[in-house]
Ligand binder design. Structure first.
Ligand SMILES: Nc1ncnc2c1ncn2[C@@H]1O[C@H](COP(=O)(O)OP(=O)(O)O)[C@@H](O)[C@H]1O
Ligand SMILES: [Mg+2]
Length: 336
């Protein structure tokens, strides 16, 4: 009985000791780890009095502190990066808006130029017959007429004069602004035009490339007018090119073949659908377009031709159905 009693006693003591010194600290460690695992990084395990468990609890607590620091640092870095990204996004949006604005301006100046061209055409078409009506009326008035008929002729003459005046004043108001010639570096101008039109590609697989040599000498030209030439030609090339395709802008100084002065040749070529012979023949004609209403004005090439002539140059369009198009602009390198 004594043996049984003492064995029981020792067992209880042992159990008590194990529960106090092993099971409790282990449970505390496990509970702490579980809470940390569920995201509660602020949790700390109460260190038992000395021994391995106290050491373990201390290590765990230090690890948790370190983890808490790292997480806080990471969160603040993510917040900063998100703020930076939002800022960059805003800047990008603003740049995009400015680009759109610039494109609108260019469109407006294109429309103004088109209006000037139309006014010039109308003035020419109406001006010639009106001047002959005026001339004949003045001739007729020199003959003897009854007072009544003479008065009618005078009215006709003054009315025709009024029409001619009106046409002249409209023409004066819409006449092209003067071109301002200055040395123009083609490389940057072409790069700028390519950037502007690239937004029209909207992810289509069409490559835009500039083969303008960096050492090309500057050309005497009106930079704004030359930009308009490039934009109009590039717009046509983009409209004609189904992906995959390539649009190339190149420039070369032509060798002097007998003629005085050198010539710059600027070419915009595309691998697009090209033009049928009849289309090619009429392409430069004002208001000729094969595009859907609202998509084309038929004035792009007419304006290009107008500008190129105003620079003393020539325009040449080469195209074959299914084989793409090359538009060549030749400009004199020396001002005449
Ligand atoms: N690069 C090109 N490829 C194929 N066709 C073209 C090209 N450029 C011009 N054209 C033809 O010439 C026409 C007139 O061009 P344009 O004067 O710029 O007017 P728009 O582009 O408004 O139609 C176009 O409608 C098209 O039929
Ligand atoms: Mg066009």
């Amino acid at each position: 009985a004594i043996l049984v009693c003492s064995t029981l006693l020792i067992s209880f003591a042992l159990a008590f000791f194990l529960e106090r010194r092993v099971a409790r600290p282990v449970a505390a460690l496990v509970a702490g780890m579980q809470r940390a695992e569920s995201g509660e990084l602020g949790v700390r395990v109460e260190a038992a009095r000395g021994g391995e468990f106290a050491f373990l609890a201390g290590s765990l607590n230090r690890m948790l502190s370190r983890l808490e620091e790292l997480t806080a640092g990471l969160e603040s870095r993510v917040r900063q990066a998100t703020r930076d990204l939002a800022e960059k996004n805003r800047e990008l949006q603003q740049a995009n808006e400015r680009l759109w604005q610039a494109q609108l301006e260019i469109g407006r100046s294109g429309r103004l130029a088109a209006l000037g061209q139309m006014a010039a055409t109308i003035a020419h078409e109406l001006g010639t017959p009106l001047n002959s009506v005026l001339g004949y009326t003045q001739l007729l008035r020199r003959q003897p007429w009854s007072a009544d008929d003479g008065e009618k002729l005078a009215i006709i003459e003054s009315q025709v004069q009024r029409m001619i005046e009106t046409i002249r004043s409209v023409l004066d108001r819409t006449r092209d602004r003067e071109l301002h010639h200055a040395p123009v570096s083609l490389g940057p101008l072409v790069a700028e035009a390519l950037t502007i039109v690239s937004s029209r590609l909207a992810g289509r697989e069409v490559a835009l490339q500039s083969l303008v040599p960096p050492d090309l000498p500057p050309v005497p030209a009106d930079a704004a007018a030359l930009r308009q030439v490039l934009l109009n030609l590039l717009t046509n090339a983009i409209d004609a090119t189904e992906p995959p395709g390539t649009i190339t802008v190149s420039a070369v100084v032509l060798p002097q073949n007998g003629r005085p002065g050198r010539t710059l040749e600027l070419t915009v070529s595309d691998t697009g659908h090209g033009m049928a012979p009849e289309e090619l023949r009429r392409a430069v004609e004002p208001f000729y377009t094969t595009k859907a209403p609202g998509r084309g004005t038929g004035l792009g090439l007419a304006i290009v031709d107008h500008i190129v002539r105003a620079h003393g140059g020539q325009l040449e369009v080469e195209s074959a159905r299914g084989h793409g198009t090359s538009v060549r602009v030749r400009l004199p390198m020396e001002e005449s």
